[in-house]
Design a binder for this molecule. Structure first.
Ligand code: SF4
Length: 351
């Protein structure tokens, strides 16, 4: 597959409904999950896309693109319910072919309209009834055990909305990790959170059993941060840098990552320079195209558009080159988005 087709798919999306999809939620969403050329691919669902997924193939203007495409089957664990009657599907989702993903707290202190990240819809899936506000550790342990046993899940991602406490949500993450590891000791888990104010919390996450961590900044440009993430930009970049360094010390080089979004109006050279700084620290920059989806302020208020495909490809290639020079690959992360790769094209270009 040409990289440009993969980039087009990441930006234009597909018509049709793959069996495994997600709608609103934390991070990139409103996509269908496929395996393309053997790699996970989370492709936006777009009724206006020139690409169609017909169940087996991806067609462009009615012609088979020849891509090696596999749909991810609806997992069996979705049909189960907890002892308390909560459907497992409301507690965690299958991402890609083998990643179990959950948002342990589905609310965020930054979700007021003038504070929230303009690309985020974390509370929309809660409003629609698709999920529950707080996942209990014991529930997640139950779901994870079933997902591994029934559906061959190989890693787990736990993210969280930000809480008002100094830990910014990390303590509940640690409780959830410990419960899942007790039930499924070999399941690698990545946790994702804002930099905790108390750095010792990073060690608590590791001691609970997490083996990778994402501390996601999305942009290293303070103007972009204030515009796109007014609430989150109040956490200074220096706090991120301190947290990343501590996380690398605790979790190891290339077991720490951060999202960097392409398409927030930043000069592409600056994105690459920022990625390089991160790589030098041992942090994997998961560069991901900004994905406009309804339910976010970016789309509903700003009418923001997806970035230029040529820019996405160029930035991804340049970041992948730096990763290769540093001997860092997403696939070498124990768990998490960089290991999954579906929301980025980095793995397609060797990152
Ligand atoms: S890259 Fe992360 S958010 Fe995207 S599908 Fe994979 S696990 Fe989910």
């Amino acid at each position: 597959m040409s990289v440009s087709t993969r980039v087009d798919l990441a930006l234009l999306g597909v018509r049709g409904r793959p069996p495994v999809t997600r709608t609103a939620g934390a991070g990139p969403s409103d996509d269908g999950h496929l395996v393309i050329d053997g790699l996970n691919a989370a492709i936006p669902r777009n009724p206006l896309s020139p690409y169609v997924f017909d169940g087996d193939r991806v067609l462009l203007d009615g012609v088979d693109t020849g891509l090696d495409v596999e749909a991810v089957d609806r997992p069996r664990f979705y049909d189960l319910t907890t002892h308390d009657g909560v459907r497992y599907e409301k507690l965690a989702k299958l991402h890609g072919r083998d990643v179990l993903a959950t948002t342990v707290v589905q609310t965020c202190i930054r979700y007021d309209a003038d504070q929230r990240c303009r690309f985020c819809s974390i509370e929309e899936s809660l409003r629609s009834g698709a999920t529950v506000a707080v996942k209990k550790p014991a529930e997640l342990a139950e779901v994870a055990e079933a997902a591994v046993r029934l559906d061959g899940v190989r890693q787990m991602v736990m993210t969280t909305g930000t809480s008002a406490g100094r830990d910014r949500g990390a303590r509940h993450l640690a409780r959830c990790v410990a419960a899942v590891r007790a039930a499924v000791p070999d399941l690698p888990i990545q946790v994702q959170c804002e930099p905790p104010a108390d750095l010792a919390t990073i060690t608590e996450l590791y001691d609970a059993g997490a083996r990778s961590i994402g501390i996601h900044v999305e942009s290293l440009d303070d103007d972009v941060r204030r515009r796109w993430m007014p609430g989150k930009s109040t956490v200074p970049l220096d706090e991120y840098r301190t947290a990343w360094r501590e996380a690398v010390r605790v979790f190891g080089r290339n077991q720490v990552s951060t999202y960097l979004l392409i398409g927030l109006g930043e000069d592409p050279d600056d994105v690459v320079d920022g990625a390089r700084e991160l790589i030098d620290m041992g942090v994997y920059p998961f560069v991901v195209p900004f994905r406009p989806h309804p339910g976010t302020l970016a789309v509903d208020v700003d009418s923001a558009r997806a970035p230029d495909p040529a820019v996405v490809e160029k930035v991804s290639r340049r970041v992948a080159e730096h990763l290769q020079l540093a001997g860092m690959a997403g696939a070498d992360q124990n768990a998490g988005c960089a290991a999954c790769g579906a929301c980025s094209v980095l793995q397609n270009v060797g990152g």
